[in-house]
Design a protein around this ligand. Structure first.
Ligand code: ZN
Ligand code: ZN
Length: 383
């Protein structure tokens, strides 16, 4: 009896240790697997396909253009992947915590202990039962990250990270560039993959080397076909969401999305910053439109003193601090680059929070009269 109990105890302990180990091992295995796909694709396309196969079938003229097209997209995909994986998705800051501590219970502000509901709750901060923090609108608790993530979209096992306010742009670029690179590979290798070039190479010798090259190319064709299908689905789903300024979690809400703007560029700008050359690069937005803790709503009318700190009417310099590594921390003031461009103090962002979490704003028909179903398209209205 005693031995049975100890065996059960040992078994439970083993299962417990294995499950804990899997939490740490699985993301690393997936990460190494993804880097292996990157490496394999690069090697086979550049060395085997461009370096040997195309030369063998006398297609020298294509090598240069294929090389630059593929490697540009491949580099942007890898760059986006690393940024999405290693960028903090956005967590609560001391500035936000002090704001909530000082304003909880305030008659004028909607910052309290109410638990989050599965619906759009613009201008309402809520308590997280797991980490016991007060989280801002659009934030959600992630069990894998064990933290509340700002404007959380979902936890992605492929990047081993949450997709949230600070790395959502990198995730979207990863899907888009990955799809483009896979399509380029698939289209350009197709003639050789399916033997359409046999006529051009009627006098080529079949050697062990060329057989291995063909085998490697066939595996590349299979891998990129799977990538095109997978990334095609991911891209179409997530780009449609960002065009409506909606997150994956928010698609399950049953009331209309108060953050959706009629202009799709304005919706994309909420994630990518104001339109500019930085849209196509995996860099933090140069002109961010939001700070991650409060979000512009359709028909929102900001007081004149607050419009200067949003990118809606200015370059949004103050909001740059929210994308800096130590967002809203004291280090912000020590960085000469930000210091030279920032024109608004932390207190201004705090004023913006006070305005957007104000019960008066909630009671006003202007900003939240749009929070009813059936107006802004399908997203956010799933029943
Ligand atoms: Zn939490
Ligand atoms: Zn997470």
């Amino acid at each position: 009896m005693g031995s049975a109990c100890s065996c059960t105890g040992l078994g439970d302990a083993l299962v417990d240790r294995l499950s804990k180990a899997s939490i740490y091992v699985t993301p690393r295995v997936i990460f190494v697997g993804c880097l292996s796909v990157f490496s394999y694709t690069w090697y086979v396309y550049n060395i085997v396909f461009l370096g040997r196969i195309l030369l063998r079938v006398n297609k020298h003229d294509y090598v240069h253009s294929f090389f630059w097209l593929f490697n540009t997209l491949w580099t942007l995909t890898l760059w986006s992947y690393l940024r999405a994986s290693f960028t903090d998705p956005g967590r609560l800051t001391d500035e936000w915590r002090s704001f909530t501590v000082q304003t909880q219970g305030s008659a004028d502000l909607n910052v309290g202990f109410r638990f989050r509901q599965r619906r759009f709750s613009c201008g309402e901060a809520s308590s997280c039962p797991r980490c016991r923090e007060v989280s801002p609108e659009r934030a959600h608790h992630c069990r894998e990250c064990n933290a509340c993530i700002l404007r959380m979209d979902h936890h992605c096992p492929w990047i081993g990270n949450c997709v949230g306010f600070r790395n959502h742009k990198f995730f979207l670029l990863l899907a888009a560039y990955g799809l483009a690179a896979s399509l380029v590979v698939l289209v350009t290798i197709s003639p050789e993959l399916f033997g359409w070039s046999d006529l051009a190479c009627s006098d080529c010798l079949v050697t062990i080397g060329s057989f291995l090259d063909d085998l490697l190319l066939s595996i590349l064709g299979l891998v990129t076909t799977l990538l095109v299908l997978f990334l095609g689905f991911v891209s179409s789903y997530h780009w449609r969401l960002v065009l409506a300024n909606c997150t994956t979690i928010e698609t399950w809400y049953d009331n209309a999305n108060p953050y959706t703007f009629p202009d799709r560029i304005a919706n994309v700008s909420q994630v990518f910053g104001a339109p500019g050359v930085d849209w196509v690069l995996p860099l933090m937005p140069l002109q961010p439109q939001t700070d991650g803790f409060s979000f512009a709503r359709r028909s929102e009318v900001l007081p004149s003193e607050l419009t200067s700190i949003t990118a809606l009417s200015s370059p949004g310099l103050a909001l740059n601090s929210c994308f800096a590594p130590d967002s809203l921390s004291t280090k912000y003031d020590t960085k000469s680059f930000w210091k030279s461009t920032a024109t608004v103090s932390h207190a201004s962002i705090r004023d913006l929070w006070v305005f957007r979490y104000s019960r008066k704003v909630l009671a006003s028909p202007t900003p939240c009269s749009v929070c009813f179903p059936g107006v802004f398209g399908r997203w956010g209205q799933r029943k």
